[in-house]
Design a protein around this ligand. Structure first.
Ligand SMILES: C[S@@+](CC[C@H](N)C(=O)[O-])C[C@H]1O[C@@H](n2cnc3c(N)ncnc32)[C@H](O)[C@@H]1O
Length: 255
């Protein structure tokens, strides 16, 4: 079996579990969406290879790692209930690939919840043997009384700092301290005003060639408006997950 078929099968096994099957039986209309999420595998390989200017073979290698690591993607998301809210499989694959490909020193994310995206980013930093993740969440305890980030394995936490507070308020003091970041990932409050504010605050600190990633970009026009504002085409066609690579030479968006 070739790489692509093997990875599509892994993705099906990761995505489909008992609670997903129950949900799909109750909401048959979501079947179409689920199918497109699973079949978007070939697209992510081409898009990510182009975005990171690395070979499709390298992308396959990174994705295989994610599905075979300890803990692997299925083990991480399998622990988290659907009510806790987590990034979709395609988004988790994108953040893992981004961190493995760019080998960042500093990653900043907003919106932690149980910590699936944080765990995946930390897995990638651990593989890189370099880098630190700063995560922001408005609360330190979730509605099920579990601690924010509870799914993150202890051994990966050496590269992790959690900041509690409203994302834009924490970013105002944290970003000048960090000076420069390689990757910014938004997954907090998906209102237009919060998304556009986070993008506007983070972008000047992203190094040239760095990345701005965002989940749930289908909720409003914030991500597409921001891409138009900075004059950069998005690197992913996925309707939920936005990828923007900051050009090496940029024009001043605040002029
Ligand atoms: C969709 S969940 C994040 C999921 C997480 N990225 C994952 O993949 O597991 C959204 C999180 O954002 C947090 N949040 C909501 N509004 C926020 C804000 N204004 N600032 C910081 N965090 C916020 C919520 O407390 C929640 O934990």
């Amino acid at each position: 079996m070739n790489y692509t078929k093997r990875l599509i099968l892994r993705r099906i096994k990761t995505y489909i579990n008992v609670s997903t099957l129950r949900y799909l039986l109750r909401h048959p209309r979501s079947l179409k969406d689920s199918f497109s999420i699973i079949s978007s595998h070939t697209l992510i390989v081409t898009e990510a290879a182009r975005c990171f200017t690395i070979s499709p073979q390298m992308i396959h290698k990174f994705l295989t790692e994610l599905y075979n690591s300890h803990p692997n993607l299925k083990e991480i998301i399998g622990k988290v209930s659907s009510t806790e809210g987590r990034l979709k499989v395609i988004g988790l694959e994108w953040v893992y690939l981004a961190v493995r490909a760019l080998k960042p020193s500093i990653v900043l994310e907003t919106g932690v919840s149980a910590g699936c995206s944080s765990a995946v980013i930390l897995l990638a930093l651990d593989r890189n043997k370099n880098g630190h993740l700063h995560s922001i969440d408005i609360t330190d305890f979730l509605s099920n009384r579990k601690e924010v980030g509870w799914v993150i394995p202890q051994n990966l936490r050496v590269r992790w700092s959690l900041h509690i507070g409203k994302s834009t308020e924490v970013m105002q003091t944290l970003l000048p301290k960090l000076g420069q970041i390689d990757i910014f990932f938004h997954d907090s409050d998906h209102s237009y005003s919060n998304m556009i504010s986070e993008f506007m605050m983070a972008y000047p600190y992203i190094r040239p060639g760095g990345l701005l990633l965002a989940d749930d970009i289908n909720r409003n026009r914030a991500f597409s408006d921001f891409c138009a504002l900075v004059g950069v085409d998005r690197a992913s066609k996925n309707k939920y997950f936005g990828v923007l690579r900051k050009p090496k030479y940029e024009r001043d968006i605040y002029e």
